[in-house]
Design a protein around this ligand. Structure first.
Ligand SMILES: *[C@@H]1O[C@H](CO)[C@@H](O)[C@H](O)[C@H]1NC(C)=O
Ligand SMILES: *[C@@H]1O[C@H](CO)[C@@H](O)[C@H](O)[C@H]1NC(C)=O
Ligand SMILES: *[C@@H]1O[C@H](CO)[C@@H](O)[C@H](O)[C@H]1NC(C)=O
Ligand SMILES: *[C@@H]1O[C@H](CO)[C@@H](O)[C@H](O)[C@H]1NC(C)=O
Ligand SMILES: *[C@@H]1O[C@H](CO)[C@@H](O)[C@H](O)[C@H]1NC(C)=O
Ligand SMILES: *[C@@H]1O[C@H](CO)[C@@H](O)[C@H](O)[C@H]1NC(C)=O
Ligand SMILES: *[C@@H]1O[C@H](CO)[C@@H](O)[C@H](O)[C@H]1NC(C)=O
Ligand SMILES: *[C@@H]1O[C@H](CO)[C@@H](O)[C@H](O)[C@H]1NC(C)=O
Ligand SMILES: *[C@@H]1O[C@H](CO)[C@@H](O)[C@H](O)[C@H]1NC(C)=O
Ligand SMILES: *[C@@H]1O[C@H](CO)[C@@H](O)[C@H](O)[C@H]1NC(C)=O
Ligand SMILES: *[C@@H]1O[C@H](CO)[C@@H](O)[C@H](O)[C@H]1NC(C)=O
Ligand SMILES: *[C@@H]1O[C@H](CO)[C@@H](O)[C@H](O)[C@H]1NC(C)=O
Length: 842
């Protein structure tokens, strides 16, 4: 209850006592010629959230009367949720304290026209219900004079009625919806919900609406013409004017009496408790339920249909939405000036307006910026037309009002837009955005040169003693030795436990689309009795072979039980069905007696760790262009697993050893022994901790595994590729041994390029690009996994169409604040966790 000083309660009580005699419950009806004047004493209900109301009519569930807001006063209908019946309140003070009532405004008459004290509400003798300002002007009216109204009634369902002498309804509040629907409320033809500015500011926010007509149910942006960001097509139902949408138990239903239709358009958990559906100014349509003394959101109706990025105002004008996060297009004009500028870095939903506004007087200086894999809320995946890209662009160029064209080459579909609201970055679509921009030809100054790399490795070594130290061999201290012992003990422990649970692989044959099953003898002869070993690990060995049809393959022979058997199953089940150019293809398997073998396409380049580290002395290593390509390849493979695949897959063991290169040095992700399938609607799952030290995301320590764990591991790999150094590097300087510690320090000193191994000769030539890659890695390494980009955003950054996040936290090992195993391990909460402490069986 609000902490009022005792004296003020007494004064209030005295004031109330003098204004009213002891109150019983208020009536639910009122008759003609009744006048209510709004003054401070009208407010005789104070709710738990501090808001106050002065009901005029009330029943067991709802009240109707004045409600106070910051800007003024509303005549409204609100839920009344009290532990004790208000009827039991024997005096105004009790009523004022109201036994801890809660409320929620569900309708208001004058949200765009609030009134002040001394305003008057009158049910006039001619049947009109009028709200007048203190100066006598009309703020709101039902316009029902002369229509035989005899009484006003608040129903138990929260509908305010004006009734005639036969109790027929002349006017009802349900026919004038605001931003909320309550159970049993209907949306009939032509009616719409419009959001309020916020949950405390009830002013109408007219840019969005939810409306219903015989062709469908629409969530609209009220541009000219209005554009739907969500729609359901009812046009094959031949609805007539008797149809309506009704909020029923557990659904929003379409009802048509004449067609005997009764369809659920949306369903959500039903409830015996109180619910309401609210459209908010962010465009969401959410269902709330009164539960455990508060309003809880139980469904977000449209998001399931249109996704987080389907809300056109989310990222503002020209903003880019990717997995619910906002950025700006990175495109620059030939002189290096960005075309788009974030209006306010602290509030990304305010958009990225054009630096130079379009001028219709100067169409010859317009050009198009192409953003590949970008779609728009008006472009559906079914739209088809017969337009060439050239005529699409030409049509946009010719029309002054056209600000952008969205084009799908596979469907020859062209969509011209007069306004560019939040765009959707979606790697799975074949749609590209062509945004009209204005070029300023008066700008004759040459493009500004990129800043020189912060350090020159050949002349500057003395000032960076750590650089030399990095080349020293790894010194295994005694502390590390004992850690290795600990790891071994842990491995044995996990191994023993896993051996217990064995799984049956027989059913694999029955699963459609699975790779083929090979007889053991066939693989034995394909590999010439396992003679040409090309790899080895904790799981067993990999052999090169040639199938009878001449296909070159790599055969992995798993050795051991338990964990190995699980890995085998995980691998067959997860990637057996997948074909993607950046994922190593599983061609078949063998599960015979104790033999567990996996047959893959042969990757002649071997694993990435042989190609990126200069420690691999005497070997050719990748140059910068090849490194960039490899990072992009890995990102595409992971993006496919996370976002495009039939089922979301988390790899959980991304590291250079598990990335293979083919003869063209294209990178493919391999080794799915630890991977997890995630059902699409379950965004996180809890699993035991495995993976490889150094690459494990910090939230694993709290047992949370989401696909962002792969983003973290990807960040480590990208950092290793950009720096040509392993995540644990040899160094005299103990605090730099872990590459992420070094990254934090170098970021603080603004000397990121110090991290690049000096043998990476050509990489120093591409200083700014390398620094950008390191920054991208740092973004992926954010300790708070919600801050990490999705893989599709990573791809957009690598493609240069999106800017990377600037606001980074370089304390990569700070774990999220959740209680979990291992949290207080070190006793000193500020110490970073030892990253190798949780080694798995490989
Ligand atoms: C409520 O929102 C409207 C529209 O956004 C704004 O003009 C008004 O100042 C706001 N009122 C208060 C009290 O914040
Ligand atoms: C109402 O009753 C519930 C359960 O008896 C209790 O938890 C809650 O605190 C009460 N609310 C108020 C406002 O007193
Ligand atoms: C009466 O008051 C309302 C609200 O307080 C104000 O908007 C309106 O301009 C006033 N009208 C006159 C005639 O003073
Ligand atoms: C009453 O009539 C006025 C003027 O025609 C109109 O602005 C207002 O919206 C009407 N009120 C209702 C509740 O329909
Ligand atoms: C008026 O409201 C009360 C309580 O909500 C209800 O019982 C009664 O039937 C209503 N009267 C009419 C005429 O609808
Ligand atoms: C229904 O509303 C949509 C969206 O505003 C509009 O495109 C359509 O033409 C309307 N249909 C009818 C029958 O009015
Ligand atoms: C709705 O469906 C009908 C056929 O059922 C189709 O002709 C019409 O184009 C569709 N409308 C929209 C807006 O998709
Ligand atoms: C209308 O079209 C939808 C989708 O095409 C279909 O599922 C539905 O059964 C159709 N309804 C009628 C009444 O034909
Ligand atoms: C529609 O269906 C629901 C449940 O299936 C039923 O309760 C309701 O009476 C039906 N309404 C109409 C108008 O048919
Ligand atoms: C950002 O701006 C939007 C639109 O003006 C506003 O609704 C939102 O509350 C703002 N968010 C923050 C965090 O300021
Ligand atoms: C598309 O347009 C071209 C040229 O206008 C025409 O030859 C072709 O038949 C059209 N295709 C379809 C499917 O309409
Ligand atoms: C547009 O381009 C023409 C020719 O290139 C140039 O003379 C003119 O100044 C440009 N207009 C603006 C506004 O830059």
């Amino acid at each position: 209850m609000q902490d009022l000083p005792m004296s003020s309660i007494c004064i209030a009580a005295v004031a109330l006592l003098s204004a009213f005699s002891p109150i019983k419950a208020l009536p639910s009806t009122a008759s003609l010629s009744t006048l209510w004047t709004l003054n401070p004493d009208s407010y005789n209900l104070q709710f738990r959230d501090g808001s106050t109301a002065g009901p005029i009519l009330e029943n067991a569930a709802y009240g109707s009367g004045f409600y106070r807001t910051d800007g003024g006063h509303l005549f409204s209908i609100f839920y009344l949720i009290c532990n004790l019946s208000l009827e039991a309140a024997s005096n105004p003070l009790e009523r004022f304290m109201a036994y801890g009532c809660y409320s929620r405004v569900v309708w208001s008459a004058n949200r765009n026209n609030v009134v002040q004290y001394n305003a008057k509400l009158e049910l006039k003798s001619d049947g009109d219900l009028v709200l007048k300002n203190a100066n006598g002007t009309i703020a709101w009216s039902t316009n029902t004079s002369g229509r035989s109204v005899v009484s006003m009634n608040l129903t138990e369902f929260g509908n305010l009625l004006l009734l005639d002498k036969d109790n027929d309804v002349v006017w009802e509040s349900f026919s004038h919806p605001t931003d909320v629907l309550v159970p049993r409320q209907r949306l009939t033809l032509g009616q719409k919900l419009t959001p309020s500015a916020s949950s405390t500011n009830f002013t109408e926010y007219g840019l969005l609406s939810l409306s219903f007509n015989t062709s469908g149910l629409y969530a609209l942006v009220e541009t000219n013409p209005p554009l739907a960001y969500y729609s359901t097509n009812f046009s094959n139902l031949s609805l007539d004017s008797s149809s309506y949408i009704e909020f029923r138990r557990g659904s929003l239903a379409l009802v048509s009496i004449s067609n005997y239709l009764n369809l659920s358009v949306f369903s959500f958990p039903a409830s015996i408790s109180k619910q309401f559906i609210r459209m908010s100014s962010d465009g969401h349509l959410r269902v709330y339920e009164w539960h455990e003394n508060q309003w809880q959101e139980i469904a977000d109706i449209l998001t399931g249909e249109i996704g987080n990025c389907g809300y056109p105002l989310l990222c503002g004008e020209y903003g880019i939405c990717s997995n619910g996060q906002c950025t700006c297009p990175a495109s620059r004009n030939p002189s290096g000036t960005p075309y788009f500028k974030q209006l306010d870095d602290r509030n990304r939903s305010l958009g990225c307006p054009l630096t130079t506004p379009l001028s219709c007087d100067d169409p010859q200086n317009h050009s198009f910026v192409k953003l590949e894999k970008f779609t728009y809320f008006t472009v559906s995946k079914q739209d088809v037309s017969n337009t060439s890209l050239e005529s699409c662009q030409e049509a946009c160029a010719r029309s002054c009002s056209c600000k952008a064209a969205f084009y799908s080459p596979s469907r020859s579909y062209c969509s011209l837009q007069a306004q560019v609201l939040s765009m959707i970055s979606d790697y799975s679509v074949d749609v590209s955005a062509y945004i009209k921009v204005q070029n300023i030809s008066s700008e004759i100054s040459p493009p500004p040169l990129p800043p020189p790399p912060p350090s020159n490795p050949t002349t500057d070594t003395d000032s960076h003693p750590t650089r030399k130290a990095n080349r020293l061999p790894l010194i295994l201290g005694p502390a590390l030795g004992s850690l290795i012992l600990l790891v071994v003990a842990l491995v044995l422990f996990i191994w023993k436990r896993r051996a217990a649970d064995e799984a049956d692989e027989e059913y694999l044959d029955e699963v459609q689309g699975m790779p083929s099953r090979f007889p053991y003898n066939e693989l034995k002869s394909a590999t010439e009795n396992f003679c040409k070993k090309i790899g080895e690990g904790g799981y067993g060995s990999v052999f090169q072979g040639t199938l009878a049809d001449g296909t070159e393959v790599a055969v992995k022979r798993l050795e051991g039980l338990g964990q190995i058997k699980k890995s085998f199953l995980a691998e067959v089940k997860t990637i057996g069905k997948i074909h993607h150019v950046n994922l190593v293809r599983l061609l078949g398997f063998c599960a015979e007696k104790s033999h567990r073998l996996l047959v893959y396409e042969f990757m002649s380049g071997g694993s990435l760790d042989g190609w990126i580290f200069h420690e691999a002395a005497g070997r050719v290593v990748l140059d910068w262009q090849q490194r960039k390509k490899v990072v992009l390849d890995i990102a595409k493979g992971l993006n496919y697993l996370h976002e495009d695949c039939w089922q979301k897959i988390i790899h959980l063991d991304i590291k250079p050893q598990n990335i293979l290169l083919d003869e063209n040095l294209s990178a493919k992700v391999s080794d799915f022994g630890l991977s997890k399938l995630v059902e699409r609607d379950k965004s996180r799952l809890v699993t035991t901790m495995r993976g490889t030290p150094g690459y494990i995301a910090p939230e694993w320590l709290s047992g949370v595994i989401i696909e962002k764990a792969d983003v973290y591991s990807f960040g480590v790999v990208a950092l290793e590729i950009a720096c040509a150094r392993k995540v644990f590097v040899s160094s005299q300087n103990e605090e730099d041994r872990f590459l992420l510690h070094l990254l934090k320090r170098k970021a603080e000193e603004d000397r990121l390029l110090d991290m690049v191994n000096t043998y990476g000769v050509d990489m120093q030539l591409y200083g700014p690009e390398v620094a950008n890659m390191i920054k991208l890695a740092a973004w992926c390494l954010q300790a708070d996994y919600t801050k990490r980009p999705s893989m599709s955003m990573v791809i957009q950054v690598l493609d240069g169409v999106m800017e990377e996040e600037d606001n980074l936290d370089f304390n990569f090992w700070n774990r999220p604040v959740t209680a979990g195993p291992g949290r207080n391990r070190a006793g000193a909460p500020t110490a970073p966790p030892l990253p190798w402490i949780l080694s798995g069986p490989r």
